[in-house]
Design a protein around this ligand. Structure first.
Ligand SMILES: [Zn+2]
Length: 464
C-alpha cells in the first residue's frame, strides 16, 4: 500500500480488505516459495508454516524472518504470555538501542571474543557524524547485556534496589554463516525473552531458584515434560579469573542440586559463555528431537568491566553480580519448536485462527457479523467514532460466507486449523443459539453467543 495515502483513506482500505466476506488467505505467487528462498528448513515445519502462512524468508535479507499476519499473532501471544509471567517475578522492561559504538563492545569484551559473530555498521556520510564518532564504527547488538549495564550504571544504586531485574525484547543480530541459515532455527536476526538480574552474592541462589521455577512453569503451559538440564562450564577462551569461574560454577551446581535434584543434571564441559558458566535446558519435542531453549548465566565479569557499583547496607561500594537469563531463548527458535510440537494444531489460547463463523446462506450474513463483533471485541462499523477498549478479551474470528456448501466450508476450516467452527442458520437465529463444534470433534453444541464467549475466555485463561 502506498505510504502517501492519508491515514483515513488507509484505514478505509484496510477495513475493506478485512471485511472481505471470504475467510481466505492470499495465494503465494508461483515464482515464490512463500516461506523459504535461499534457506532450508525441516519439511514438516516448512509445510505447516507455508500452509498456515506464518512467516517468509527473502534473499534481500538472508536469515531475517518476515512474520506474516498469522505468524505475528502467535509471536505476539508468546511475547504477551512471557511478559505476564515476568511481571509476576518483578521484571521491569526497558527498550535499548540496536547499535553501539565499538568502544562499548571493547569494554564488554565482545570485540575481542565475539567480533566475527557481529555486524559492523558504518555511516555512508561521515560529515554527519559528531567529532567523537569520526573514527569509530558501530556494532549491531548481538546481546542486550552491555546496554543493560549502561542502564544500571546511570543511577546511584543502593542495596535496597537489588535484585534489579531488567527485561528487553529488542531485535538481536548475529553473523551466522549463510550456509548455516535454516528456517526459524538458525537466523541472523532474532528476539529473546532476555532478562538481566543485578543482585548481591547473597541473592544469587534465590534468583537462580526462581529462574529454574519459571522454566518449569512455562514449559508445563506448553505441555513439555521432557527436558534435560546442563551445566556448561569454562570454555577455552574466557575472561576473568579461574577462581571466579570455579565459584560461579559451584553456585550453579548448588542451585541445580536444590531445584532439580542431585544426579538429575549433566555437565556440558567447556560450553559456557566467554564471560561465565551457564545452565542450559534442552527440550525434547513430540518427535524425540532435542532443542536448546532456556539459558541462565552467572556473570562476575561484565559488572567489573563496566565498573558497576551499589552501596551496601554498611555504606561500602560493592560490585553486583549479573545473571543473564532467557526462558524461551530465541522466540523464533521456540516458535519453530512449537510448530513441530503441536504439528500445526495450535491450542486455542495460542491459535492465530480461533474460530470461523459459517452462515448457512447469505441471509444469515448480518447475524454472523454481529456474532463476530461480540467474539472478536471489534468496534462496530461506526466510522471510527469510538476507540477499541485498551484491555479486553479479543478472539481471532473470521467469517466464511462463500457460496460453497456448509460441508465444504467446514472441511476447509478444519484444514486451515480453526479451533472452532460456528454455524449460523435459520434455526440458530430463531432459537438465539449458535451451533458450535471443535476442530477435532464433530459433536455439535448449541450455545448462546455469551456462552461461546465464556467458553473462549475460560480456554484462554487456563492456557488450553
Ligand atoms: Zn545477557
Amino acid at each position: 500500500m502506498p505510504s502517501k495515502l492519508p491515514p483515513t483513506l488507509c484505514s478505509t482500505i484496510i477495513r475493506r480488505l478485512y471485511a472481505s466476506k471470504v475467510a481466505s488467505q492470499p495465494t503465494p505467487k508461483a515464482s515464490s516459495t512463500s516461506t523459504s528462498t535461499s534457506t532450508s528448513t525441516s519439511t514438516s515445519n516448512l509445510e505447516i508454516a507455508t500452509k498456515q502462512q506464518l512467516y517468509m524468508l527473502d534473499a534481500h535479507s538472508p536469515g531475517s524472518v518476515f512474520f506474516l499476519p498469522y505468524g505475528t499473532r502467535i509471536f505476539n501471544k508468546l511475547v504477551k504470555f512471557m511478559k505476564l509471567q515476568q511481571d509476576k517475578q518483578n521484571f521491569t522492561e526497558v527498550i535499548t538501542p540496536l547499535m553501539y559504538k565499538k568502544d562499548l563492545w571493547e569494554t564488554s569484551g565482545h570485540w575481542e571474543n565475539y567480533k566475527e559473530d557481529m555486524f559492523k555498521v558504518e555511516s555512508n556520510d561521515v560529515s554527519k557524524l559528531g567529532e567523537d564518532e569520526q573514527n569509530t564504527v558501530y556494532g549491531l547488538k548481538p546481546m542486550n547485556c552491555p546496554g543493560h549495564c549502561l542502564v544500571f550504571d546511570r543511577f546511584t544504586r543502593s542495596h535496597n534496589e537489588l535484585p534489579l531485574r531488567l527485561s528487553d525484547w529488542s531485535s538481536l543480530h548475529r553473523n551466522e554463516a549463510s550456509g548455516a541459515l535454516t528456517g526459524l532455527t538458525r537466523v541472523r536476526r532474532f528476539h529473546q525473552d532476555d532478562g538481566h538480574i543485578f543482585c548481591t552474592a547473597q541473592q544469587v541462589k534465590e534468583e537462580m531458584t526462581k529462574c529454574l521455577k519459571l522454566i518449569r512453569l512455562v514449559y508445563s503451559a506448553f505441555g513439555f515434560d521432557k527436558y534435560k538440564w546442563l551445566l556448561s562450564t569454562r570454555p577455552n577462551h574466557f575472561i576473568g579469573e579461574k577462581k571466579e569461574w570455579d565459584q560461579a560454577e559451584s553456585e550453579l551446581a548448588s542451585a541445580l542440586n536444590e531445584s532439580v535434584g542431585e544426579g538429575k543434571w549433566e555437565i556440558n564441559e567447556g560450553d559456557g559463555a566467554f564471560y561465565g558458566p551457564k545452565i542450559d535446558v534442552k527440550l525434547t519435542d513430540n518427535f524425540g528431537k532435542e532443542h536448546q531453549v532456556a539459558t541462565i548465566q552467572l556473570d562476575f565479569q561484565l559488572p567489573q568491566r563496566f565498573k558497576l557499583e551499589y552501596q551496601s547496607d554498611t555504606g561500602s561500594l560493592e560490585t553486583p553480580i549479573m545473571i543473564h537469563r532467557a526462558i524461551f531463548g530465541s522466540v523464533e527458535r521456540f516458535l519453530a519448536m512449537l510448530i513441530d510440537h503441536y504439528n500445526g494444531k495450535w491450542p486455542f489460547w495460542l491459535s492465530p485462527r480461533q474460530a470461523v463463523i459459517i452462515p448457512v446462506n447469505s441471509s444469515h450474513n448480518e447475524h454472523a457479523e454481529k456474532v463476530k463483533e461480540i467474539l472478536s471485541n471489534s468496534a462496530a462499523d461506526d466510522e471510527y467514532e469510538n476507540l477499541n477498549k485498551f484491555t479486553d478479551y479479543k478472539f481471532f474470528v473470521d467469517i466464511d460466507s462463500r457460496t460453497e456448501t456448509v460441508g465444504f466450508r467446514t472441511k476447509d476450516a478444519i484444514s486451515k486449523g480453526y479451533n472452532f467452527i460456528i454455524l449460523v442458520g435459520e434455526k440458530e437465529i430463531k432459537n438465539g443459539n449458535l451451533a458450535i463444534r471443535s476442530r477435532e470433534n464433530r459433536k455439535i453444541e448449541n450455545l448462546t453467543t455469551e456462552e461461546v464467549l465464556e467458553k473462549f475466555k475460560s480456554l484462554e485463561d487456563t492456557y488450553k
